[in-house]
Design a protein. Structure first.
Length: 183
C-alpha cells in the first residue's frame, strides 16, 4: 500500500517538522542533513535540493519554532502578561519548539543564524507588547522569564519529560508556579 502523495508545501512542512525534532535534540553541530532526511522519510539529496544547505534547513526550523510561539500567544486571546504566561506554559510541553529556539540562540554567533534568531526574538517581543500593552521593561522581564524557563525545559528540569526531581528543581518550579507542568 503506497502513501498518499504530498504537495510540495506539505513535503516542505514535513521536512521542517522533522528538522525541528532532530535539531532540538542534537543541535546544529550535532545534526546532519542525513539525520533530518531519515527522520522525514526522504532522501538526503532531496533535502538539499529543497533547502540548499544545512544552515538554511536549520533557519527554517528556527523560524518554524518562533512562529509556533507567536501562534500560541495570538491564539491564547490573552491581553495581559499573566495570560501570555499561561499560554507559554502550554509550550513547555512542546520540547521540540523550545529546544529548537535554544539551539538557535546558542548558534546565534553565526552571522546568518544570529540575524534570524534576533529577528525571531524581536518579533516575539513586539507581539508581547502588542497583545498586552506592556511597557518595554515588563515585556523584557516577561521574555527573560520565558528564556529562563526555556533553558529549564531544554535541560529537562521542568516539563513532561523532566528528569528525576532534585530539591532545587522543585524550588525553581514552585517559584514560577510550575508544579502542574510536570504532571
Amino acid at each position: 500500500m503506497s502513501r498518499p502523495r504530498l504537495s510540495a508545501a506539505e513535503r516542505i512542512e514535513q521536512i521542517v517538522c522533522a528538522a525541528v525534532d532532530v535539531f532540538s535534540t542534537a543541535g546544529y553541530a550535532g545534526t546532519s542533513t542525513d539525520d533530518v532526511a531519515r527522520a522525514a522519510g526522504v532522501s538526503q539529496p532531496y533535502v538539499i535540493r529543497l533547502f540548499g544547505s544545512k544552515q538554511r534547513l536549520f533557519l527554517a526550523g528556527v523560524e518554524y519554532a518562533a512562529r509556533e510561539v507567536e501562534r500560541t500567544f495570538r491564539e491564547s486571546g490573552a491581553t495581559d502578561l499573566e495570560g501570555l504566561g499561561d499560554a507559554y506554559n502550554t509550550l513547555l510541553g512542546r520540547y521540540e519548539v523550545l529546544g529548537m529556539l535554544m539551539h538557535g540562540f546558542a548558534a546565534g554567533s553565526d552571522r546568518e543564524i544570529g540575524e534570524s534568531v534576533r529577528g525571531c526574538l524581536g518579533r516575539i517581543y513586539e507581539l508581547v507588547r502588542e497583545l498586552t500593552g506592556a511597557e518595554p521593561r515588563a515585556a523584557a522581564d516577561f521574555l527573560s522569564t520565558g528564556i529562563f524557563l526555556t533553558v529549564l525545559a531544554s535541560m529537562r528540569v521542568i516539563g513532561p519529560e523532566a528528569v528525576p526531581r532534585k530539591p532545587w528543581m522543585d524550588e525553581l518550579a514552585a517559584a514560577y508556579k510550575l508544579g502542574c507542568v510536570d504532571e
